[in-house]
Write a protein that binds this ligand. Structure first.
Ligand SMILES: [Zn+2]
Length: 305
């Protein structure tokens, strides 16, 4: 082998530093995949206040929450949901307030229901989603149910929200929070964390719903079960073996810097701004293949009656 070939070989082997390479997963996402539009219904459960007071959230606050959800999922420029991280992308998934209810009537997609959480009949299963669904529930074939839960101030920052996960053949499926057989599915958001507010504690910019929607569409937390081996089944979210709450960058597994800005952490809302390509692939796959997710794309709730 002469000197010339050795130089070429050296360039081939060492010419690219790790920083030059694209993120680990090079699975091409088609240039402009279809935008999936999904109808949601927001059940504002309240304690009897006037509209816009206390737990009876204003229409403006609900609409702004859905707008934030779309800013984050569409990585919209000029909003907090934008990022220019090489692993980040536009999920091309959008959410609209339902325009038609299950009976075929026009709707704003915002349903207000008085709810006394201390007075739930014994036959209702004790899961959080089933408790909320007891007050109002639309079929999950056609709508994503989102409840704003009228919890007391004392629970703010202690419990933010929860979501049921999809039926899928994705790796990690066994770790989703599944609905009970025949039970309700959806997303519960503690009303203190619903939309934007002046609530102190770091969870006041509407990202609780972004995070829970990630679960509803098949994402796990970035730390998975908390070891370096089985994490979230996304190659482009650096592995980390502890719950990520920090707003300050730190090193996780394999000497990699933890992606603290990922929506699937417990970091503060102002820190979050990224879904990665692998995460987006999982969510789009769920919308394409999972029962009660795929059917959302053809829901009559998308159209005015
Ligand atoms: Zn979570």
């Amino acid at each position: 082998m002469n000197k010339y070939y050795i130089i070429i070989l050296a360039v081939l082997l060492f010419g690219c530093t790790e920083e030059d390479l694209p993120p680990e997963n090079n699975e091409p996402i088609p240039e402009e995949p279809e935008v999936y539009v999904v109808p949601v219904v927001v059940h504002v459960l309240h304690s009897g206040e006037e509209i816009g007071q206390g737990s009876n959230l204003s229409e403006e606050r609900v609409r702004r929450q859905i707008e934030i959800l779309n800013e984050d999922f569409r990585r919209k420029e000029g909003t907090r949901g934008f990022n220019d991280h090489p692993a980040g992308a536009d999920a091309r998934i959008e959410f609209v307030l339902a325009r038609q209810d299950p009976e075929g009537n026009p709707t704003s997609g915002i349903i207000r229901t008085p709810a006394d959480l201390t007075n739930v009949p014994d036959h209702v299963p004790k899961t959080e989603v089933d408790l909320m669904a007891n007050f109002n529930y639309w079929n999950s074939e056609s709508y994503i149910n989102i409840w704003s839960a009228p919890y007391d101030r004392g629970i703010a920052n202690a419990h933010l929200g929860s979501a049921t996960g999809p039926d899928s053949d994705l790796p990690g499926d066994d770790r989703f929070t599944k609905p009970l057989p025949g039970g309700a599915e959806g997303i519960v958001i503690n009303r203190w964390h619903f939309g934007e507010s002046t609530l102190e504690g770091g969870h006041n910019l509407g990202r609780t719903l972004t995070h829970e929607m990630g679960h509803y569409l098949g994402l796990l937390h970035t730390w998975g079960t908390g070891d370096c081996e089985t994490n979230d089944y996304c190659e482009d979210t650096p592995a980390v073996d502890e719950i990520v709450t920090s707003s300050i960058s730190f090193i996780g597994c394999a000497g990699e810097r933890v992606m603290i800005a990922n929506y699937m952490n417990y970091t503060h809302d102002h820190v979050m701004n990224i879904f990665t390509r692998d995460q987006i692939q999982r969510m789009r796959y769920v919308l394409e293949t999972s029962p009660r997710r795929n059917s959302l794309l053809d829901s009559k709730g998308l159209e005015a009656p």
